[in-house]
Design a protein around this ligand. Structure first.
Ligand SMILES: Cc1cc2nc3c(=O)[nH]c(=O)nc-3n(C[C@H](O)[C@H](O)[C@H](O)COP(=O)(O)OP(=O)(O)OC[C@H]3O[C@@H](n4cnc5c(N)ncnc54)[C@H](O)[C@@H]3O)c2cc1C
Length: 395
């Protein structure tokens, strides 16, 4: 995502030099959000997921080299080497290698029928298995776990969801707002198991047959989906000696510790001058925004993006957008701005009377207002904030 947007920005900004976009996957750059939503549910076709239409790259003189990993990077000679042995020189280099799913490390984790979801092929394999399987256990109640649970229910499977804490998404939404997603999934028939993890996957003839939980309970399953988080793919950068700390460390212009190498998207632990600290964000909007910033920085422009982070999810009939970043200090107040329709609301997280983040559920065209309120960093009247009769734009 970040790489594709960077190439687009380079051309839009008038760069007429050579651009090569190297990708390990056989596919041209595509959007991942549909892989756990519409594409997984068969509601979107393959053509709709690509960042640019196929001919775009040739039309914009972007050399697209797919299906081969970059295996090393030498900042001293300014070259990258591919698995096929090609050596490519660069003047400026952007690393946008994304992240990879964390692997389950328990006995039986390598059995057939255990799935991870990162690439379009993973989504296609899971979709095929949904048509065959009857019972799925999903390990992990983060975004991937919840979205695949919704897709599995739509496909008619019995779904058990293992939650490591007290509630799904507890680490993102906190104890006040996480019950929204807990109730959503329970009301759609998902069997949520709390404070538990998989101790072992059981199998027969090489295929998974169930999960043994940490409390000794056994659950039968003919497929398992693992959604226990992702790790940034920093191996190239680390081997090249770039500074690594929770991703590749970059400044506000996305420049790494080498002035000719930039990093964007899931891998970038970027300095945010508004927050006064580095943050790393594994979301779609961040990859798009940083693709733009990195391209401009490679052209010598001092672009910075200080907008609050943004992401979205769709599960069953719930669509939500989340804007903001809860800092290390956390939050000290949660305000629910409820509408007459109980399916619509906005939740705000405040610290010291200032809005840190907002989540709008089944309400549209308010994310920009929420972002403005966060960026203003003004103390807010909590009573007005909770009153849906007072427009956000006037607060
Ligand atoms: C199933 C799924 C659903 C998601 N849903 C949402 C959502 O609803 N909302 C949201 O905000 N975000 C969502 N995300 C997150 C979002 O898709 C990512 O944050 C975004 O794709 C990150 O973009 P990126 O450019 O950093 O990395 P990626 O899009 O992952 O691209 C990195 C590319 O680099 C390639 N690569 C890695 N190493 C090498 C190498 N050595 N050589 C060559 N190529 C290499 C990879 O194969 C990959 O193709 C979702 C992610 C997934 C997996």
């Amino acid at each position: 995502m970040a790489g594709a947007i960077a190439t687009q920005t380079l051309r839009e900004e008038g760069f007429d030099g050579k651009i090569t976009l190297l990708g390990q996957e056989p596919n041209a750059p595509y959007e991942r959000p549909p892989l756990s939503k519409d594409y997984l549910q068969g509601k979107a076709d393959r053509d709709s997921i690509f960042v640019h239409p196929g001919p775009w790259y040739a039309e914009h003189a972007v050399e697209l080299s797919l299906g081969g990993a970059v295996t090393s990077l030498d900042p001293a000679s300014r070259t990258v080497t591919t698995a096929a042995g090609a050596q490519l020189p660069y003047d400026k280099l952007l690393l946008a290698t994304g992240s990879e799913p964390r692997r389950l490390d328990v006995p039986g984790a390598d059995l057939d029928g255990v799935y991870y979801l990162r690439n379009v092929e993973d989504s296609e394999r899971i979709k095929i298995e949904f048509a065959r399987a009857k019972r799925v256990v999903i390990i992990g109640a983060g975004w991937i776990g919840l979205e695949t649970a919704a897709a599995a229910r739509a496909a008619g499977l019995a779904v058990t969801l293992l939650v490591s804490g007290d509630l799904p998404l507890q680490h993102v939404l906190g104890l006040e707002a996480a019950p929204i997603f807990d109730e959503l999934h329970r009301s759609h028939g998902v069997d949520l198991r709390y404070r538990t993890t998989a101790a072992e996957l059981t199998g027969r003839q090489g295929s998974v047959t169930g999960v043994m939980l940490s409390d000794g309970t056994k659950i039968d399953a003919d497929m398992i989906i693992v959604g226990i988080g992702a790790a940034p793919r920093t191996e190239l950068a680390a081997a090249a000696g770039l500074k690594i700390d929770n991703g590749i460390v970059v400044d506000e212009h996305l420049r790494t510790s080498d002035p000719d190498i930039f990093a964007a998207g899931d891998i970038a632990h970027a300095y945010n001058p508004r927050l006064g600290r580095h943050i790393r964000v594994e979301h779609w909007a961040n990859a798009r925004r940083q693709g733009v910033i990195a391209a401009k920085a490679m052209l010598g422009q001092e672009a910075v993006d200080v907008r609050p982070s943004y992401f979205f999810t769709d599960q069953y009939d719930l669509s939500m957008e989340y804007t903001g970043d809860i800092g290390p200090a956390g939050y000290d107040r949660v305000i629910f701005r409820r509408q007459a329709d109980p399916n619509q609301m906005i939740v705000f997280w405040l610290y010291d009377q200032r809005i840190q983040a907002g989540m709008n559920i089944n309400i549209w065209d308010v994310a920009d207002d929420i972002a403005r309120l966060i960026q203003s960093a003004r103390p807010i009247n909590a009573e007005n904030l909770g009153n849906p009769a007072i427009p956000l734009a006037t607060l």
